[in-house]
Ligand binder design. Structure first.
Ligand SMILES: *Cc1c(COP(=O)(O)O)cnc(C)c1O
Length: 465
């Protein structure tokens, strides 16, 4: 099917076969590796990835939403090389170091010091675990150990360790492990696509918030926190909502004495147009989780920011009142240095402003290309540098077929079910935006005109493609 899957003696095929023998690939149905072998990537530069046979692919997913300023950015590379020669890592219990201190200072300043303390981890799921534990523990320190349940939104995604998975509502990730999970309260998603006739996005948001209000009114005594992905529920298929939801959420949490956890792991670091998505609602949460883009897409780094007042509830002689989460690589100096270099690039490249033009160009071109109505798509939508649409008749294994066809058009893309999304690195130039849109449209025509059987099962399977 794809030119990348032929010639078993090729350099690509060699890595594909060896990878298959010993590497267990994530989010992959192994039986499909014959049809969809992993792309063996040899190099990255800017928005481009190059395979072992010299073919180039535009990284339209920012490598699972982590890359911001392009692969192998000279400034981040230089900062990392200097850090490497100075201090690659030291434990953060009993020691401290400049990159961890400076990063916490700068992130705190970005919140106007509303969130004054920063706890470090290595991946998004652990940041969520930490936020859940901190919220529960802060309540316990305040004499409210009965507040130990969490509220999550339908279709939300917060990672796949057991604690994070218990507040995740994406069946494909959750179902197999459901017997292991604590139970969370689930409330309506404010997804604007759920609008009834005559409703706008803000009305959907308020309707969803009404359901949350009823739950909190009845159960707040046993609830520690509500966790939300502000503005875009990414993993379920880029479900976007009105900022009005976040304003209601903040007011309800204040009213009922419940913490608000903002999971900005995917939407933070400028992806929605502001550095933090919460800024668009004019609110701050009690805990804010960052990961993915914070290291520029270079190294595993996550962090949880919280209010100084919450930090103070843990300051005590009694060890049991201290926050207990002992992670070996916490505050890794190289990862923090990559994050500092990434924050510098926001300023140097005026990234948030220039992304407005990039997003506008991408949206205008895509809307124009889809305007003919064939193939039929619904809900073309955008929030900052995240753009998505839903294919009306995707057919069986749509995501896998789209992913493979996109390779032939020089794009790395992974639809989620029937949702095609474009989330390129901020480093994308105008002509690259045009290539991305043209390639997306060409891929769409290829996969929607090829014969296939449209089955529900196929659509579900495709989520794993
Ligand atoms: C990716 C993601 C996570 C999990 O991050 P990992 O680093 O993959 O563990 C959590 N929450 C959201 C919103 C995410 O998009």
């Amino acid at each position: 099917m794809s030119s990348t899957t032929t010639a078993s003696s090729s350099a690509n095929a060699n890595w594909q076969q060896r990878s298959r023998r010993h590497v267990w690939h994530p989010c992959t149905q192994s039986i499909r590796l014959d049809v969809a072998p992993p792309l063996p990537i040899a190099r990255g530069e800017g928005v481009w990835l190059t395979d072992h046979e010299g073919r180039r692919y535009l990284d339209a997913t920012s490598s699972w939403w982590v890359n911001l300023f392009g692969h192998a950015h000279p400034a981040i590379n230089a900062a990392l090389k200097a850090q490497l020669d100075t201090l690659p890592h030291v434990m953060l219990a009993g020691c401290t170091h400049a990159p961890a201190v400076e990063l916490a200072e700068r992130l705190s300043a970005l919140t106007g010091h509303a969130l004054g303390h920063c706890f470090y981890a290595s991946d998004g799921a652990s940041a969520v675990e930490i936020a859940l534990k901190m919220s529960f523990h802060a309540w316990r320190n305040a004499g409210r150990a009965d507040k130990r349940r969490f509220v999550a939104l339908r279709h939300g995604y917060h990672g796949e360790t057991l604690g994070a998975l218990h507040v995740t509502d994406v069946p494909v990730f959750r179902d197999a492990y459901a017997p292991l999970l604590a139970s969370a309260h689930l409330v309506a998603s404010p997804d604007a696509r759920a609008a009834r006739p005559g409703e706008d996005a803000a009305a959907v948001a308020n309707r969803a918030a009404d359901e949350l209000e009823a739950l909190l009114a009845a159960e707040h005594d046993s609830i520690a926190a509500v966790i939300v992905e502000p503005l875009v529920q990414c993993a379920t298929g880029m479900a976007m909502h009105d900022p009005a939801y976040l304003r209601r959420l903040r007011a309800l949490c204040d009213c009922f004495g419940v913490h608000l956890i903002a999971d900005e792991i995917a939407v933070g670091c400028g992806r929605t147009g502001t550095f933090f998505a919460c800024e668009q609602a004019g609110i701050w949460p009690d805990f804010l989780c960052l990961s993915k883009g914070i290291s520029g897409g270079y190294l595993p780094l996550a962090l949880v920011m919280t209010r100084d007042a919450i930090y103070q509830t843990f300051v005590d002689d009694d060890a049991a009142r201290s926050f207990l989460h002992s992670h070996s690589y916490t505050g890794n100096a190289l990862a923090c240095r990559a994050a500092l270099a990434t924050l510098d690039l926001f300023a140097q490249e005026d990234a948030l402003n220039r992304n407005k033009d990039r997003a506008a160009r991408l949206f205008a071109r895509l809307r124009e290309g889809l305007a003919g109505g064939s193939p039929a798509v619904d809900h073309l939508r955008q929030r900052g540098m995240i753009t998505a649409f839903d294919v009306r008749e995707p057919g069986a294994r749509f995501a896998e077929r789209f992913h493979l066809a996109a390779r032939d058009h020089g794009l790395l893309m992974r639809p989620i079910g029937a949702t095609v999304y474009l989330m390129p690195p901020y480093a994308i130039a105008d002509d690259e935006i045009d290539q991305l849109v043209d390639g997306t449209l060409a891929t769409l025509r290829t996969v929607t005109t090829a014969p296939h059987a449209a089955t529900e099962e196929g659509i579900r399977d495709a989520a794993l493609a």
